[in-house]
Design a protein. Structure first.
Length: 74
């Protein structure tokens, strides 16, 4: 079953384009990009998710990330 987002694809794509433009403009290496994005995810979870739900949210995020990686291989 596809995931339905309350945010438009256009909103998501524009935000991603903005973030990626910073990385590309500054020629940030892949490992630093991943470290920075990981820190951002951790920060968003710790600031925006109640403590009782943080672990579940991190696990859900990890599952979706892995699904995305697997889908990109196909």
């Amino acid at each position: 079953m596809p995931i339905v987002s309350k945010y438009s694809a256009e909103q998501q794509e524009q935000l991603l384009d903005d973030v990626m433009a910073v990385f590309e403009d500054q020629q940030i290496p892949v490992d630093l990009c991943l470290m920075t994005l990981g820190n951002a995810v951790s920060n968003v979870i710790s600031r925006g998710v109640p403590a009782a739900r943080q672990e579940a949210m991190a696990e859900q995020f990890s599952r979706v990330l892995l699904q995305s990686v697997h889908a990109n291989k196909a």
